[in-house]
Design a protein around this ligand. Structure first.
Ligand code: MN
Length: 512
């Protein structure tokens, strides 16, 4: 798509220079259009399902009508989106005219290919999946027919692959498609049947049920299978893409200390923190559903197998990381720039802008741009992943150094067992190490810190990683990565929102 845009820009430039105004307009309009999908057989080829006259009208009048009206509607906008599937996925950005006609264009383009005069039987993974989920292939067909017959008025019946990788039979009204982001419980369409009167009325009149059962005589299972395979492969392609770019030796770019401080302070508001984390979590689960896994025996839920095969992904850390919050603001503002529309950019440097409402608007913007931002071809996103990987490495280094130093300090009186690990349940509970000391087992959390402040018998610890409560922890251990000294507190802070504040009595070991 980028290449076409570049070509358009180039042509626009060249043609402006040569002042061929009409030709220029024609050429540009043509290139910015959504194309017509060619009918892969003759009008009469599917005669045991539909007659030639219906096919002719359906294709030439109805289908081409949707495509024409869609192009007319898009050309009124300054920045026409060329990718039909992208329009469908982001349909909430458009008005009802685009929704109807983009749906009509997309549904029919799929539909023509889902039919064939020379059908073959479905075999392979998809066949197994259907038989397993519906009891048998015939039971699946019966269920599909029932849902089709139950559709009142114009619409479609679909077999979709859901985000949870299960199959689902559903119907949509008018020209809606299960891929549209306005459809609850939608998914990726594998098979669809047009239930509009224009699709069958000349041949079947009021006998819509007969049209529905005859559909099986012409289903192009080869194409359906290709859609299924394509969908399963997208996951593979995406992780290959991100691994390729991460393989390049490029250093991550962090926000400046001032910027980082600003975003830490914004998240000091517990309401902001919870809205930000929860909403970002929802957006990520939606965007990276292929990589999300629920809780397993020893693993907590999260994203797996994205930047490293089988391993817990740093995508799981995105919503609780301040460094990333700051990078997101830059990424979103860049997208707003590209849009060229008068949407207000985000400026959290202005104190009056640091409101819950502005955070909510910011999250809506991340959601709106999620396909553009969270994309291996977006340098800013790749940088975010790099930043998270570096922070993760640093975390491991801090823990290892701390444990080593503590082992020396306790001179064999204490035995340390490391329990942290990306994805381990003990890690998420906040337990980095279990210490056996004097016949007792103590759970400890290890955190890096940068400075302390002592006042009124209290000690404030400035720890760059976000604070929080650690319910299952006995000791909070703070390690200074540069000065290499360690402070051990009992887990009873007065405050733990962002910085930790303890009573002086809670400090039980100070190791230089
Ligand atoms: Mn139709």
């Amino acid at each position: 798509m980028k290449k076409i845009e570049e070509r358009i820009q180039q042509i626009e430039k060249t043609l402006t220079e040569t002042h061929i105004e009409t030709e220029k307009q024609l050429l540009i309009t043509e290139m910015k259009k959504i194309g017509i999908e060619k009918l892969p057989y003759s009008y009469s080829a599917l005669k045991n399902f539909i007659d030639a006259e219906t096919m002719n009208f359906h294709y030439n009048k109805h289908y081409k009508g949707y495509v024409d009206k869609l192009n007319a509607a898009l050309s009124k906008k300054k920045h026409g989106d060329l990718d039909l599937e992208k329009i469908i996925k982001n349909i909430s950005r458009y008005d009802q005219t685009v929704r109807n006609n983009a749906g009509g264009a997309f549904n029919h383009a799929l539909f023509w290919n889902m039919l064939t005069p020379t059908p073959k039987k479905l075999t392979g993974d998809l066949y197994q999946k259907i038989a397993k989920q519906y009891g048998s292939f015939n039971l699946f067909k019966k269920k599909f027919e029932t849902v089709a017959k139950d559709r009142f008025g114009s619409g479609w019946v679909w077999l979709v692959l859901t985000k949870k990788n299960t199959l689902k039979i559903m119907s949509t009204s008018n020209q809606d498609n299960p891929l549209m982001n306005v459809i609850d419980g939608g998914g990726f369409p594998l098979l669809g049947l047009d239930l509009w009167e224009h699709a069958y009325y000349l041949k079947y009149r009021n006998k819509r049920d007969e049209y529905i059962t005859n559909f099986w005589k012409v289903v192009n299972w080869d194409f359906v299978n290709k859609l299924y395979e394509m969908k399963t492969k997208t996951k593979l392609i995406e992780s290959t893409d991100i691994r390729n770019v991460l393989g390049q030796d490029i250093k991550p770019k962090f926000c400046s200390p001032d910027e980082s401080q600003l975003f830490r302070s914004i998240r000091e508001n517990p309401k902001v923190k919870s809205i930000y984390q929860n909403e970002l979590d929802r957006i990520l689960k939606d965007r990276f559903s292929d990589f999300f896994r629920g809780a397993q025996q020893d693993e907590v839920s999260g994203f797996y197998g994205y930047e490293k095969e089988g391993a817990r992904s740093v995508l799981s850390n995105i919503n609780s990381n301040n460094a990333v919050f700051c990078l997101f603001v830059k990424a979103v503002n860049n997208q707003i720039d590209k849009l060229g529309q008068p949407e207000k950019k985000f400026n959290f440097w202005k104190k009056e802008k640091r409101t819950v409402n502005e955070i909510k608007r910011f999250l809506r913007a991340i959601d709106y741009f999620k396909d553009e931002i969270f994309n291996p071809s977006n340098e800013e996103f790749v940088n975010i992943v790099r930043v998270l990987l570096v922070l993760w490495e640093r975390g491991i280094k801090t823990e290892d150094e701390t444990i080593k130093k503590l082992e020396n300090y306790f001179e064999g009186d204490a035995v340390f067992t490391k329990t942290s690990g990306h994805g381990l349940k003990t890690d998420i509970k906040g337990i980095d190490t279990v210490i056996e000391l004097g016949g007792k087992k103590l759970n400890a959390q290890i955190k890096p810190y940068t400075s302390t402040e002592v006042y009124d018998n209290k000690i404030k610890i400035d720890s760059k990683s976000s604070g929080g409560e650690y319910k299952n922890v006995d000791w909070l251990i703070f390690y200074h990565p540069k000065q290499k000294n360690i402070l051990i507190f009992t887990n009873d802070p007065i405050n733990a929102d962002v910085n930790f504040i303890f009573n002086k009595d809670s400090l039980i070991h100070e190791i230089e």
